[in-house]
Design a protein around this ligand. Structure first.
Ligand code: GLA
Length: 362
């Protein structure tokens, strides 16, 4: 008997600008990168998943029960929610997972894995699901099965990204459009080595604070103006006031960034990126001393247009936009960082890649 195998490649994502705006019905500007989760599916008589990174194998059945193993829940949750959506059982597979995408570095390794699994099964089983639907099922699975109350940015980026483009998503309507990155400067990702954990971090607290802001002001973020926030400062209280100000200003920064990209005004893009970081640090308060140390040092480099933290915060990665290759300077910063915090940072240049797809070999 021949056992059929199928291989898929699912990217990680970066976000140029628009942080903590997606779950507030705002704009985000992510892109997929050339760092991937690779998934090989082999027909089997039971569900089993093996991950090379952790050298771990887990057998499971498809039901609503959480596994003790956190990692297995991403795989199982994706299949469970797909089953719920298509309303029929999925035949079992052995799924082999390997990755060039760092885990827990704020580059959406979980969305990469879950979107990858749902996309792969929908292709193998000819379920005829479009990419938005796949992103939505993965999003529901991450919220309900894994228990992380994230927005839609990561899943949309992994499912819908196009090579050499950013993806503008309007999280109110779910509509999106591509923004060409032709001529865009070099992008380097700096991994701070501080693991960011959405599930246990302050992410859900920030979400609640933002929800509180819309409750108090009686309208959605897209209708809220800075003047209104100022006039309601007392009612909002200092923390909620700061969170709301960040969201409204960050939404505008996304639109300004798109205009600057279209004009190829890279200095303007860099300045907006720097402003976004300042706001995430001072108003949204999701940065850390380690990340701020790195961002400050990198932003002081001559050839850097701008750098900022990306993703949920509390650790993770930094995006660096630069005129030229800044590897030598980053090596020096890496040594100083090790000396200051005793943590190893890594960096690597990235290219904007396409969304999840089937491949034959890699
Ligand atoms: C995480 C979430 C996203 C988004 C960012 C913050 O990456 O998964 O949905 O909310 O944080 O912008």
């Amino acid at each position: 008997m021949i056992t059929l195998t199928y291989t898929f490649r699912s990217p990680g994502r970066i976000n140029l600008i628009g942080e903590h705006t997606d779950y507030n019905g705002g704009y985000v500007l992510p892109a997929a990168i050339d760092r991937y989760t690779y998934l090989t599916f082999q027909e089997s008589d039971h569900f089993e998943s093996y991950t090379h990174d952790l050298n771990k194998s887990v057998k499971f059945s498809i039901d609503g029960q959480r596994e003790r193993d956190t990692w297995a829940n991403y795989v199982k949750g994706a299949i469970f929610h797909l089953t719920k959506y298509v309303k029929k059982p999925i035949r079992p597979f052995k799924i082999d997972v390997s990755s060039t995408l760092p885990i827990g570095a704020g580059l959406s390794s979980s969305a990469s894995l879950m979107v990858g699994i749902i996309y792969a099964i929908s292709k193998i089983e000819r379920l005829d699901l479009d990419r938005e639907r796949i992103a939505q099922i993965a999003h529901e699975a991450e919220n309900e099965f894994v228990g992380v109350n994230c927005g839609i940015m990561d899943q949309y980026a992994v499912a819908l990204a196009k090579k050499d483009n950013f993806l503008l998503i309007d999280a109110t309507s779910g509509l999106y459009e591509y923004v060409s990155a032709t001529g865009f400067p070099k992008i380097t990702i700096v991994d701070s080595g501080v693991k960011h954990e959405l599930a246990s971090g302050g992410y859900n607290t920030r979400r609640n604070e933002c929800a509180r802001a819309t409750e108090i002001m009686g309208m959605q973020f897209r209708e809220i103006t800075l003047d209104l926030i100022e006039s309601k400062r007392k009612d909002l209280g200092e923390n909620v006031y700061k969170r709301a100000k960040h969201v409204v200003e960050e939404n505008q920064r996304v639109l300004d960034t798109i205009a600057a990209i279209k004009e190829k005004d890279w200095q303007k893009v860099g300045d907006l990126v720097k402003k976004s970081h300042e706001s995430l640090k001072n108003l949204f308060e999701v940065s850390t001393d380690e990340i701020d140390f790195l961002v400050d040092r990198i932003n002081a480099l001559e050839d850097v247009y701008g750098a900022r933290m990306i993703g949920g915060g509390f650790g993770g990665s930094i995006i660096v936009i630069s005129k030229s290759d800044v590897s030598l300077q980053l090596k020096e910063i890496r040594d100083d960082y090790r000396h200051e915090f005793g943590i190893e940072m890594k960096f690597y240049p990235v290219k904007l890649s396409s969304g999840v797809r089937k491949i034959t070999h890699f």
